[in-house]
Write a protein that binds this ligand. Structure first.
Ligand code: F0G
Length: 374
């Protein structure tokens, strides 16, 4: 098997690149699709749930899929600097890919509101980190102004190349499952990723399958396509940052899931269109529900994702409980970022480690006591 060298090389015929495009890659993509074995048993539901673990991308989140495309195209166009507003992960990815490309990177982040791991990445990769006394939505507004007044290239998801890269997640899922799943659940913040997923799934089916199932998967055109259907899209927002559910911007969004602490998503309308076209819905979860499921996933399946990512599973579990999703179905949840991104949250909700003398006795006692409870 050929050495995997990233999603642009793998899907170059489905992406806007030419033979001369100078590809900037860290071998992103190709993330594992992990079937959850214990959770369905625990909730007593006959469903297949898969986690697409995007935390295993080079900078620990799905942002790398879009950033390889955005930075590649920026370099192709001769850009010397990129800029983004971020709740953390975009800044980490932008900083890393800019370093790889040898160009400058400016990131605007809400002061005190991004997870420690993400901040350390933006700093370590040498980007210019600008903390603003404001939130992500303020930052988003500012970078759009700055791109008009300074020679910087925006790499937020309003940059169309970002979604082009991110759509490849759907290609990988279809390859792994042999077709699209019945449902696809994911977190919604600035709302670009749900649109990218929908784009990827839509490009994988023929017009007939998309519109009226006329050909039943058998037309000429269909033969080049990889899926016979598109999934029902489920987008979840944190209760304190749920503008799409409320139907209006949230001025002061709040949630423990800082990655999706966004009150006025840029891709709002396109996300609504994807939801409607797919026959899906938006839902919300409280911070307590998000943290509970983050821990549940870590402790029952061995998968450590960040709080924002856990909302895809938290929302799904709620909707399964409510009977909104039938038995016998296949569901994919995108786990957008790695749990290591936000160590403070993980430590705050875990049992504190004990300290004992460096002797056999007390440690043996701990082992015996704990084994009693198993
Ligand atoms: N999950 C994680 C871990 C994220 O970092 C983000 C967005 C989302 C979900 C939501 O994706 O915005 O496409 O709806 N993070 C952006 C950032 C805003 O700056 O890192 P979306």
């Amino acid at each position: 098997m050929a050495h995997y060298t990233g999603l642009i090389e793998k899907y170059r015929d489905r992406l806007p690149v030419s033979a001369d495009t100078p590809i900037i890659s860290l071998n992103e993509g190709n993330t594992p699709l992990i079937e959850l074995k214990n959770l369905p048993r625990l909730i007593k539901k006959n469903v297949r749930i898969y986690a697409k673990f995007e935390g295993l991308n080079p900078t620990g989140s799905f942002k790398d899929r879009g950033m390889t495309m955005a930075v590649t195209k920026a370099v192709e166009a001769g850009a010397r600097a990129i800029i983004c507003a971020s709740t953390g992960n975009t800044s980490a990815a932008a900083a890393a890919y800019a370093a790889r490309a040898g160009i400058a990177c400016f990131v605007l982040i809400p002061e005190g509101k991004i997870a420690l791991g993400k901040l350390s990445q933006a700093m370590m990769h040498g980007s210019v980190v600008i903390q603003i006394r404001g939130n992500f939505d303020d930052g988003m507004r500012l970078v759009q102004e700055l791109a008009k007044t300074t020679p910087v290239n925006i790499v937020n998801s309003i940059n169309p190349y970002r979604l082009q890269g991110q759509k490849t997640i759907a290609f990988e899922i279809i390859e792994a499952l042999g077709d699209a799943p019945d449902y696809h659940a994911l977190p919604v913040g600035n709302a670009g990723n749900i649109c990218a997923h929908w784009m990827g799934y839509s490009e994988s089916v023929c017009e007939h399958t998309r519109a009226c199932a006329l050909c039943n998967g058998k037309c000429e055109y269909h033969k080049e396509k990889t899926a016979t259907r598109r999934p029902i899209m489920l987008g979840y927002q944190a209760s304190g940052s749920a503008p799409i559910l409320r139907g209006r911007p949230v001025e002061n969004p709040e949630t423990v899931a800082t990655a999706i602490r966004i009150g006025n998503p840029v891709s709002w309308q396109q996300a609504l269109a994807a939801q409607k076209e797919s026959g899906g819905w938006f839902g919300e979860c409280t911070d307590e529900e998000i943290l509970h499921v983050q821990k549940l996933l870590a402790q029952t399946e061995g998968i450590f994702c960040e709080p924002a990512s856990a909302i895809s599973l938290a929302g799904l579990l709620k909707d399964l409980e409510l009977g909104k999703i039938g038995e016998g179905t296949t569901i994919v949840c995108t786990l957008t970022g790695h749990g290591l991104k936000d160590p403070d949250i993980a430590i705050a909700q875990s049992t504190r480690p004990m300290t004992v003398d460096a002797e056999l006795g007390p440690i043996e006692r701990v082992i015996r006591d704990n084994l009693k409870n198993i």
